[in-house]
Design a protein around this ligand. Structure first.
Ligand SMILES: C[S@@+](CC[C@H](N)C(=O)[O-])C[C@H]1O[C@@H](n2cnc3c(N)ncnc32)[C@H](O)[C@@H]1O
Length: 267
């Protein structure tokens, strides 16, 4: 986790400064009043690696010259396509339906969780786990306060529960079959060059590969299936014993599926 300093956007007011101070106490990181200073000056004054920036419309983390903030991104387009009757590969791989519960073990910027939450609906549950505290904080606040989208999209955001923890620790504490589907989208072993949306996440993200133990715990906790997203033709599907892999012919990614009680499943 990089060392942090907290400040506000250039157009600040008392409410923003108070929120920044509250965050500073929570994060035990220094707060420096912006006072027209550049972010680089603020960062240097605190000898910090990253700046937590509290702005009117969002919370952002500025690191290595890149800004990480919550936005519905591609999820918006995917939900639009679902609404027009098109299929979504991830939802298909999960076999997800209204009322289902999903544990997203690698929440990231919650794009996948948002599409899943839209499908699960108010009767369902989506819990997202994120190991990077800073990412979890930005996404939790973003999902809670993002505005300017259609009501069904905002409702899907508000329903996602964000927890900051390592997924193995969380999985170990869950009873058998606690969620219908358990999902993993780990950082790719080899990043896709053009995946610019993931670029600001990289310096903060947990990049460890999944282990067979994590997959076994996930299978115990899943009532129906465990799904993993990886690069198409990734060796990870074989290494982690996913018996089924689905994905469009021209898609750069694929989804590994282990169905509970299905062929290749040891539970
Ligand atoms: C590729 S991103 C996920 C992107 C996400 N599916 C989305 O739609 O935005 C992987 C995320 O999983 C997180 N992660 C990796 N290992 C984790 C672990 N053991 N526990 C919790 N989160 C983890 C990383 O920090 C990173 O933010």
């Amino acid at each position: 986790m990089p060392s942090l300093v907290i400040t506000t956007g250039l157009r600040s007011d008392t409410a923003l400064a108070n929120l920044a101070l509250e965050l500073s106490r929570e994060l035990q990181a220094p707060f420096i009043a912006r006072e027209k200073r550049s972010l680089q000056t603020i960062r240097e004054m605190a000898a910090a690696e990253a700046v937590f920036l509290v702005k009117k419309d969002r919370l952002a983390l500025v690191i290595e010259g890149k800004e990480l903030f919550f936005h519905p991104g591609l999820a918006k387009l995917r939900i639009k396509e679902l609404q027009s009757g098109k299929a979504d590969q991830m939802i298909g791989a999960m076999g997800l339906q209204e009322g289902n519960s999903l544990l997203d073990c690698t929440l990231g910027l919650a794009s996948d969780a948002l599409v899943a939450s839209y499908i699960c609906g108010p009767a369902g549950t989506v819990v997202g786990l994120e190991d990077s505290w800073a990412v979890a904080e930005i996404v939790r606040r973003g999902l809670k306060s993002y505005e300017g989208e259609k009501p069904e999209m905002l409702a899907a955001m508000r329903r996602i529960k964000v927890l900051s923890c390592h997924h193995l620790e969380f999985l170990r504490e869950q009873p058998d079959n606690a969620f219908d589907v358990v999902y993993f989208d780990p950082m790719f072993r080899q990043p896709r060059e053009q995946s610019s949306s993931m670029a600001p996440l990289r310096p903060l993200a947990n990049r460890d590969p999944l282990s067979p133990e994590i997959v076994a715990e996930a299978l115990r906790v899943a009532g129906k299936r465990v799904v993993m997203k990886e690069k198409r033709n990734s060796q990870e599907f074989q290494r982690l014993s996913f018996p089924e892999v689905v994905g469009g012919k021209y898609s750069p990614v694929a989804y590994g599926i282990i169905k509970k009680g299905g062929a290749g499943c040891r539970i």
